[in-house]
Design a binder for this molecule. Structure first.
Ligand code: ATP
Ligand code: MG
Length: 319
């Protein structure tokens, strides 16, 4: 705030104007005024080149494991040496910061950046485990319109300019604005599905949106889609209570990037703010590690997808 004792800061333009007196102005020759030209139509906004690969983690149905997946994929990519930012698009229901274990360090969020209330750098939370991993938390505001397409585009482009290689967008559930914006600029999509009919059906709607309502689709390009089946239980598939990998693959017609088993450690990991991929003893963690390797182009066999037959001794002694 400027106080009376402070001298006002003059910019060079206003100083040069103030050097003229009222008399100077009165003596000045009348200036012929040309008719106002009609304004030319604004040139199309030049498209900023995005350097980072944008990956959306999406699903139609809620509660299927998107945030769990976003956190593990982001950590896995960072562990592979990539510079990664994971963004929570779930305005009003932020969760990712908890699963990433940085909830106490959230000062500014994604909406603050978009509204110009802080810089992107101020809002990025650096992970304590990987120095090349950052989290951008969701806002707690109840205003679902707080995110804008232009704002999201600028943040993604700025992250690319800053050397980020992957941006993981954790989508909210459903097909409303937050979910639409999370997928709009995606280059690739990880469609998270539980092996049950309702989850598969809702994912089918998301696939429709990915191929019609995204920036790539509007340019006549495709968003590369991957299927990630999670909470998979081979025992329940064998009993006929769950859809098999083949069933889901046939219905959705997608290539499988990972199958994550149902595992109690997932909840424990989330509660302790350590994404399950970092738990070397967990089958779910190992399955996420395989999924990240496949995303990076490596070949890995699927694991934990068949019922483990108990050996003679474990049957005998109940091991
Ligand atoms: N492989 C798994 N095994 C067991 N539980 C899991 C597994 N994956 C996710 N869960 C559990 O499922 C619940 C929902 O997970 P998560 O929050 O990641 O889903 P979401 O799709 O992000 O939900 P929302 O749509 O509300 O954002 C959590 O309690 C999580 O611990
Ligand atoms: Mg979530």
């Amino acid at each position: 705030m400027t106080t009376e004792t402070e001298s006002p800061i003059m910019d060079p333009i206003s100083q040069s104007h103030s050097s003229g007196t009222t008399a100077d102005l009165a003596d000045a020759a009348p200036v012929a005024t040309a008719p106002e030209p009609t304004p030319a139509p604004a040139p199309p906004k030049p498209e900023r080149k995005r350097l980072a690969e944008v990956l959306v983690v999406t699903s139609g149905k809620g509660g299927v494991g998107k945030t769990t997946t976003s956190a593990s994929i982001a950590c896995g990519l960072a562990r592979a040496g990539k510079k990664v930012c994971v963004i929570d698009f779930d305005v009003g229901l932020r969760n990712l910061d908890l699963i990433m274990g940085c909830e106490r360090r959230v000062v500014y969020d994604f909406v603050n950046v978009i509204h110009g209330e802080c810089t992107l750098r101020q809002a990025l939370i650096k992970d304590k485990r990987f120095e090349n991993l950052y989290v951008l938390a969701a806002s707690q505001t109840r205003d679902k319109d707080a995110l804008t397409k232009d704002g999201v585009e600028k943040v993604l482009a700025d992250l690319g300019d800053d050397g980020f290689q992957f941006i993981v967008c954790d989508s909210p559930a459903g097909i409303e604005k937050g979910a639409f914006l999370a997928m709009y600029f995606a280059d690739r999509a990880i469609v998270v599905v539980n092996p049950e009919v309702s989850s598969v059906r809702d994912s089918d709607r998301i696939l429709g949106l990915l191929s019609s309502k995204t920036h790539r689709a509007e340019k006549g390009q495709r968003v590369k889609e991957h299927l990630l089946l999670t909470r998979y239980s081979p025992t329940r598939v064998e009993k006929g209570d769950m859809l098999s990998i083949k069933d889901v693959q046939e219905i959705l017609g997608l290539e499988v990037i990972g199958v994550i088993p149902e595992a109690p450690e997932v909840l424990q990991s989330s509660n302790s703010g350590e994404p399950v991929i970092l738990d070397a003893n967990s089958n779910a963690g190992k399955a996420y590690d395989d999924a990240v390797a496949r995303l990076l182009g490596q070949q890995r066999e699927l694991r934990f997808t068949t019922v483990e037959k108990k050996g003679f001794f474990s049957k005998l002694f109940g091991g």
